[in-house]
Design a protein. Structure first.
Length: 281
């Protein structure tokens, strides 16, 4: 009977080939697939916001958000889109000398830009769809509140929460890659993603939606007043802008995501199962 799952060493070898294929994509395909990846994560982020924006309990709201957010990575993995955070695992292919480092960095760049473009597209569509007006503008206020929180993190906090996040995201992708059927991939993705969202860790691509959505929403006076009713100060809203998106969140979170995925998952598993062409199992 054929096994439904790859062994860790077989999975590592499979990810070498997957990484090699990704670095052989043209930059146009990397960018376009990145747009799709960013859009899928943005859909998941927005759906999570809708589900929890009226829930006062932090633990309960994060638990529910995590259950919904996992859908985003499922769409990325199963549909063949590209996600910057998951592509941290291309490092395995580079360490195995099946991909060039410069090709990996090029992939990261164009996929990152595509993810950002896809996230902005969904944020723009959501704003103009009128959806942020749910609950008499409370969803818009909640969207601003999330963005304010994320741009209020210290560099250190954002960096380490970025590490923890992508450690779990890449473990989800590692396990999904090991499964040979869609049901197995869905289960493999669901629990680590549920855990990272419930824990409140920071995902750079998700934040490409969360923060721009808040920046766009704050221009609406109704949404701004709703945010103030949720405990956000006028000064905090004023400090929410495109500059703080990068300096207070995306830069440290992105760096942390790279460490969490490329080192704590990719490099360690390569060392254990593939170094010098020898697998441990």
């Amino acid at each position: 009977m054929e096994r439904s799952i790859l062994s860790p060493s077989e999975n590592a070898e499979s990810l070498v080939e997957i990484g090699s294929a990704r670095t052989n994509l043209t930059f146009v395909k990397e960018f376009l697939l990145g747009i799709l990846g960013g859009a899928f994560i943005a859909f998941a982020a927005q759906g999570s916001n809708v589900a929890i924006h009226t829930i006062d309990s932090v633990g309960l709201s994060k638990t529910l958000a995590g259950a919904l957010f996992a859908t985003g990575l499922m769409m990325v993995v199963i549909s063949g889109a590209e996600l910057f955070t998951g592509n941290s695992l291309i490092v395995i292919s580079c360490l195995q000398r099946k991909s060039k480092w410069v090709s990996m960095f090029r992939n990261w760049l164009f996929v990152y830009l595509g993810n950002f473009a896809g996230s902005l597209l969904i944020a723009y569509f959501i704003l103009h769809s009128g959806q942020l007006g749910f609950s008499e503008g409370l969803l818009g206020g909640f969207t601003i509140k999330i963005a304010v929180y994320k741009t209020g993190l210290s560099f250190e906090s954002a960096f380490f929460m970025g590490i923890l996040c992508n450690w779990l995201v890449c473990i989800a992708i590692w396990m999904a890659s090991a499964s040979k059927d869609i049901a197995g991939k869905i289960l493999a993705i669901f629990f680590p993603i549920w855990l990272f969202i419930t824990s409140g860790f920071e995902h750079s691509v998700a934040n490409m939606y969360y923060i721009p959505a808040g920046i766009l929403a704050k221009a609406n006076e109704e949404f701004a007043q709703a945010a103030i009713s949720l405990g956000v100060s006028a000064e905090q809203i004023a400090n929410l802008n495109w500059g703080t998106l990068f300096t207070r969140n995306l830069i440290p979170v992105t760096l942390g995501n790279i460490v969490g995925g490329a080192f704590f998952v990719g490099t360690i598993y390569w060392f254990v199962y593939l170094r010098k062409g020898k697998s441990s199992r």
